[in-house]
Ligand binder design. Structure first.
Ligand SMILES: NC(=O)c1ccc[n+]([C@@H]2O[C@H](COP(=O)([O-])OP(=O)(O)OC[C@H]3O[C@@H](n4cnc5c(N)ncnc54)[C@H](O)[C@@H]3O)[C@@H](O)[C@H]2O)c1
Length: 413
């Protein structure tokens, strides 16, 4: 943090900000929670809207009146990002990359589906702060004052069992949460990137799916809270853009996998890997001929960073995913081979509204960003299996051994 900014902030803090005398805790802001310190991994959800403590002047230095903020920008500290959903699978990798790239990051997460352990290694990093907050709720005033230049809006449960657990909350996260973030982008002049999804194409009638395809979505089905929620989120983002209220980028992510996936969230790769490692039955729903295209998380994070900074991608959604299509059966065979498991493969009926085919047309990402995946599925699976086999993967053995909701094993995300 730029020391000059810290100093210049002190006299300008708002009345609800108390500044402590300690150098490592320059300010305590009320109304927000920062769990960046010892509370990592322990804070229960009910403690939302407590207090925020800012070590190293990180937030305090940014909660400045405009003139002081301008001096921060002049001093080169303008790379300041908000990552919503930063405690989740993709978001935590994104936080890592941003920080490695020299960006200061505030992560906002309710930990509805994310995990504190995903961010534990960032504890104490002066470039990182964690704020526990639900994006549906009005943003704490202190957050609204921070001069973010980039907002990566990822907050939303991505796996079917998670987003179907509380469909109303999922829909509101996508609609109200996205509006809150767009309003923040509008008020601070930040560019906002929304992580939308291939689910906006529903059970597609065209293959592969390019961004002009308008989708085949069931608005009354159990997946609609997510699919239609994301469609509405895109609508809001484009409305803000059309009205000149916010600069937005839209990423439509296809199946992503890698370390820090939830072991029990019904996504194909994590389910199959965990079942194989535990020696449990590996469940395939349908006959396994349905296809998916799996993109390793590192490639997706590269794509998100490039899309955010792209001027050419203004005003258009961009697919990010791996066009190497494979059947679920082929994935299972590969995992069985790579883990050497003795697990049996069992077949079960397909769940409702599950897409039969999924493959991104990434022509636009190639043209506009020069982006395409670089990590092939064998390499990505090796890294993922290694992670699930390591002590870093929290407690998957229990979830896999007790069995997951197999009806979701081929779930699209
Ligand atoms: N993983 C995929 O294959 C995939 C595919 C398409 C789109 N996406 C999108 O990418 C984003 C990240 O997905 P992921 O796989 O990391 O999912 P995830 O569930 O691991 O992470 C989502 C994060 O958002 C947080 N969150 C959820 N609702 C929130 C709320 N109301 N307020 C604050 N935080 C909230 C969760 O606690 C979690 O940390 C999501 O927007 C998802 O829709 C993911």
């Amino acid at each position: 943090m730029d020391a000059g900014c810290v100093r210049s902030s002190k006299g300008n803090l708002s009345p609800d900000i108390a500044v402590s005398g300690r150098n490592d805790h320059l300010a305590a802001l009320s109304g927000v929670i920062d769990r960046a310190n010892p509370a990592f991994g322990v804070a229960p959800r009910r403690q939302l809207n407590g207090t925020i403590s800012c070590s190293g002047g990180f937030l305090a230095a940014c909660a400045l009146p405009v003139t002081a903020q301008e001096s921060c920008v002049k001093n080169g500290s303008e790379r300041f990002a908000l990552v919503t959903g930063g405690g989740g699978f993709i978001g935590s990798h994104l936080c890592d990359r941003l920080i490695a790239d020299g960006v200061r990051v505030v992560c906002v997460d309710s930990f509805r589906t994310g995990r504190r352990s995903n961010l534990a290694h960032l504890e104490g990093n002066p470039a990182f702060r964690l704020v526990e907050h639900d994006v549906i709720d009005e943003l704490p005033a202190e957050l609204k004052r921070l001069r973010f230049t980039r907002i990566y809006h990822l907050a939303c449960p991505a796996s079917p069992p998670h987003y179907q657990e509380d469909p109303e909350h999922t829909m509101m996260t996508n609609v109200v949460g996205t509006r809150n973030m767009l309003r923040l982008a509008e008020s601070v002049g930040a560019r906002l990137l929304l992580t939308s999804t291939s689910e906006v194409y529903g059970d597609p009638e065209v293959h592969p799916q390019n961004e002009d395809y308008r989708g085949w979505v069931n608005c009354t089905g159990p997946r609609a809270c997510y699919d239609e929620g994301k469609r509405a989120a895109e609508t809001l983002a484009f409305d803000f853009r059309r009205a000149g209220r916010a600069d937005v980028r839209i990423a439509r992510l296809f199946n992503t996998y890698g370390p820090r996936m939830h072991e029990d969230d019904g996504r194909v790769v994590s389910n199959v890997v965990c079942q194989a490692l535990a020696g449990d039955d590996i469940t395939i729903y349908g006959d396994g001929s349905q296809t998916r295209s799996f993109c390793y998380v590192e490639d997706i994070v590269d794509g998100l960073l490039q899309l955010m900074e792209s001027e050419k991608a203004d005003g258009v959604p961009v697919n990010l995913g791996n066009p190497d299509e494979m059947t679920v059966k082929a994935l299972v065979d590969l995992v069985v081979e790579m883990t050497g498991t003795a697990s049996r493969v069992v077949l079960r009926p397909l769940p409702q509204d599950d897409p039969r085919r999924r493959k991104p047309d990434i022509g636009r990402a190639r043209d506009l960003l020069g982006w395409e995946p670089t990590i092939d599925v064998r390499d990505g699976l090796a890294r993922t299996i290694a992670w699930f086999s390591s002590a870093e993967a929290p407690g998957w053995g229990t979830a896999a051994a007790t069995g997951t909701d197999g009806a979701l094993i081929q779930a699209a995300e």
